[in-house]
Ligand binder design. Structure first.
Ligand SMILES: Nc1ncnc2c1ncn2[C@@H]1O[C@H](COP(=O)(O)OP(=O)(O)OP(=O)(O)O)[C@@H](O)[C@H]1O
Ligand SMILES: [Mg+2]
Length: 321
């Protein structure tokens, strides 16, 4: 396999709290290849957003990335001089925020917002022509005329597309789509997901898709990463992970999440609670909820190769069924 576009190792992101430091990401390792869609799943509070905000350099103080390597195109973002880092982050990473109305500037036309992004990133060529191309690229009809419109003149779906067009103006190579739990209108959502697929296949854009919807992951992501309590529980090819989980948490998660493609499937929530991240020990963080837990689970458990391009942070991975 060629070198991954993004390679994260040992990422640790900490927030100070009254009860002490809380490591919302703690030893997170994963890779994303160019043109790949990685699904990211896990219960609320498992560290999905914090992990990708860390990659994007968007953790606000007093929170901070305390340790780890974030290699983007082989270069460590944490060791890069600030001006270079800004250029790289802008050009290569972009965040597709789902709340398009609040993310767009209401007092500037869509065209101006695209042109400003092009200028900010020093993209050469005629900015107006490029803005028309980008709006066309995201499927906005009559793009040349719509450049002069303000965000409120766009429908919800078109605002989403305009947001993505603005993100694409910076020529990103990785796009992080963090879905809110309050879902978009289903039609708009389907359109946005379809557009992301197209950009991935045609432009080689890598996509990290953070979602609570397993059907989205099953349909669109080659690989999936399952997070639990600030760590990666398991990663692997999506079809394999869904058919044969190699972590008891993944098994539980599969049974607890609704799937649009299997509406009649009974749901079984995972008993017990996510541990308090300000008070975790070095052992497996899932062991207090796990039917397979044994005494050895109190020792540190590394993420290990369990074959078939899969990694699991469970000493009994092979026994999960
Ligand atoms: N700014 C912050 N200050 C303190 N704690 C934070 C901050 N941001 C996140 N956390 C904590 O970090 C943990 C992980 O949060 P994160 O937002 O990454 O979860 P998530 O997996 O994205 O959840 P969801 O599915 O609900 O979006 C949570 O315990 C959260 O309370
Ligand atoms: Mg989140």
């Amino acid at each position: 396999m060629s070198a991954p576009l993004l390679s994260v190792r040992g990422l640790r992101t900490v927030f100070p709290t009254r009860r002490g430091p809380l490591a919302a990401a703690d030893g997170v390792d994963f890779d994303i290849a160019a043109g790949e869609a990685l699904g990211v799943v896990g219960e609320s509070g498992s560290g999905k957003s914090v992990t990708f905000l860390s990659v994007l350099g968007l953790i606000r103080p007093p929170g901070r990335v305390e340790a780890g390597e974030i290699l983007f195109g082989g270069r460590d973002l944490r060791r890069m001089p600030a001006p270079e880092l800004r250029a790289l982050r802008g050009r290569m990473l972009a965040l597709a925020m789902q709340d398009a109305l609040s993310a767009l500037n209401p007092s500037l036309t869509i065209g101006t917002q695209i042109v400003e992004t092009l200028r900010a990133h020093g993209i050469p060529g005629d900015p107006r022509a490029e803005a028309v191309r980008l709006l066309g690229r995201v499927g906005i009809p009559d793009a040349a005329r719509r450049l002069g419109d303000y965000p409120h003149q766009f429908s919800g779906g078109m605002r989403q597309r305009a947001m993505i067009a603005i993100s694409l103006a910076a020529r990103p190579r990785l796009l992080v789509a963090d879905e809110p739990t309050t879902a978009l209108d289903v039609t708009i959502r389907a359109q946005v997901l379809y557009l992301l697929d197209e950009l991935r296949v045609e432009d080689g854009l890598a996509v990290a898709m953070i979602t609570h919807d397993l059907a989205v992951v099953a349909e669109r992501c080659e690989r999936v990463m399952v997070m639990y309590a600030g760590q990666v529980a398991e990663t692997g090819p999506t079809a394999e992970v869904i058919a044969r989980p190699r972590h008891p948490y993944t098994r539980g998660l599969m049974e607890s999440l609704p799937r649009l493609d299997q509406p009649d499937r009974p749901l079984h929530p995972i008993p017990g609670q996510v541990p308090d991240l300000a008070a975790v020990d070095a052992g497996c963080r899932f062991r207090n909820r796990c039917a397979l837990a044994v005494a050895a689970c109190a020792a540190p458990v590394p993420l290990r190769d369990v074959g078939a391009e899969r990694l699991s942070r469970c000493i009994r991975a092979e026994e999960v069924s």
